[in-house]
Design a protein around this ligand. Structure first.
Ligand SMILES: Nc1ncnc2c1ncn2[C@@H]1O[C@H](COP(=O)(O)OP(=O)(O)O)[C@@H](O)[C@H]1O
Ligand SMILES: [Mg+2]
Length: 374
């Protein structure tokens, strides 16, 4: 298991036990936890809680709904099915898809809407709901308690995922003794919406609490690990000061440790300076990104990924996919490029006929790392 192979992972066995014991006592079958991004939720869920649950005899399923915000239903079904019948995943989807394919292949769909966008979306929705039901039934057959961890669960609160959320809720409602659910999220407000709005599918379903944050012990463990590999050990006081300066954010602290390790002769202060600049860049990139229109982001994302012919048919198809809309016209990339190269934004520059480069290569790296245009 990965917890054994990453020497930089700071294990949190007590916290994992506390969550499991809460479920074991039967006081609650679902819980919600929140903390800002980069504070260590996913790392804990995947590398501490899941292995601990497996060791305690649970089946364990983990899904991060940010990995594919458009298809939470399919992601959920896959995660549950994988946990309960790891060998039969291909067959699971095949069995499920047969009736849908039959429906489609029959050619008797009204108004000739085959291949249109509506059909695709309806199709996906249709597949997700029975898929979740089938996966939960598979979990019943396994006759073992299941821990289902839903990371960035607030995605389910979006109106377009209502059917999926309702079907999940209904399926979980009747299985409270056998399936324990942990919801996690980076937005407290969005999670609260999910559990406190009377009309929401998960109304009153799980108590919401803050995720316990990493502190001094985490810093101590990182300093200790560093001492095992660095020529020049890092002073604990310097590390603690850096952790505080980085707003006690584990991810930023790991950037600092990494930098220190690479340039030990420059010392802690320089490593911190560098990290703070990197954090600052990161947040200013996020601000720029947020101000762009969806179409501009999509074009920028293709450019960052190295698509050369931004005006070509291939790029147009990719844009339509990114924007989830067939309405993107052939002139859209031109309009976006004009804005992106314009005096106000100056994000890209023209190097040749139809070829562009980013003004700031760091920004290109930042954009290229994005999975969606959200
Ligand atoms: N327990 C931990 N041990 C070591 N590093 C951690 C730990 N928790 C978080 N980190 C660091 O912080 C980063 C962000 O953590 P992550 O779990 O992805 O945050 P979140 O899910 O809250 O956004 C990780 O990629 C890792 O570098
Ligand atoms: Mg996360």
């Amino acid at each position: 298991m990965s917890e054994l192979t990453d020497p930089w992972h700071f294990p949190r066995p007590d916290l994992a036990q506390a969550y499991l014991q809460g479920f074991d006592l039967g006081l609650t079958s679902a819980r919600g936890l929140f903390a800002r991004r980069r504070m260590g939720k996913s790392e804990f869920l995947k590398h501490d809680l899941l292995p601990a649950a497996l060791r305690a005899g649970y089946l364990a399923a983990y899904v991060n709904l940010w990995d594919d915000t458009d298809h939470p239903g399919q992601a959920l079904a896959t995660a549950i099915a994988q946990a309960t019948q790891p060998k039969g995943l291909g067959k699971f989807w095949e069995d499920l898809n047969t009736p849908i394919r039959k429906l489609k292949g029959g050619g008797k769909l009204p108004l000739g809407i085959e291949g249109s966008l509506e059909l695709d979306l309806a199709d996906k929705e249709k597949a997700a709901v029975p898929a979740i039901q089938a996966a939960l039934q598979a979990a019943d057959k396994a006759r073992t308690r299941l821990l289902l961890v839903i990371d960035e669960a607030q995605v389910l609160a979006a109106p377009q995922h209502k059917a999926v959320a309702h079907s999940l809720r209904a399926g979980l409602d009747i299985r409270k003794p056998g399936i324990k659910v942990l919801f996690a999220g980076s937005s407290e407000a969005a999670l609260r919406e999910m559990f406190s709005r009377a009309a929401a599918p998960f109304y009153n379903w799980a108590p919401l609490e803050p995720f316990p944050l990493l502190g001094r012990e985490f810093v101590e463990a990182m300093v200790k690990q560093l001492a095992a590999v660095a020529r020049q050990p890092l002073k604990l006081d310097d590390a603690l000061a850096a952790f505080a300066a980085l707003k006690e954010t584990p991810e930023f602290f790991r950037w600092y440790i990494e930098r220190y390790l690479m340039y030990q002769q420059q010392g802690s202060e320089q490593a911190l300076k560098y990290t703070q600049a990197r954090v600052h860049d990161d947040s200013s990139y996020a601000r720029v990104w947020k101000e762009l229109s969806r179409a501009d982001r999509a074009v920028l994302l293709l450019a960052a990924r190295g698509v050369q012919d931004l005006y070509g048919a291939q790029a147009l198809k990719q844009l339509q996919e990114l924007l989830d809309s067939a309405d993107v016209t052939a002139s859209a990339p031109r309009t976006s490029i004009r804005r992106l190269t314009g005096a106000r934004l100056q994000l890209m520059a023209r190097v040749d006929h139809g070829a562009y480069r980013f003004e700031d290569p760091e920004f290109q790296t930042w954009v290229a790392a994005r999975r969606t245009i959200d």
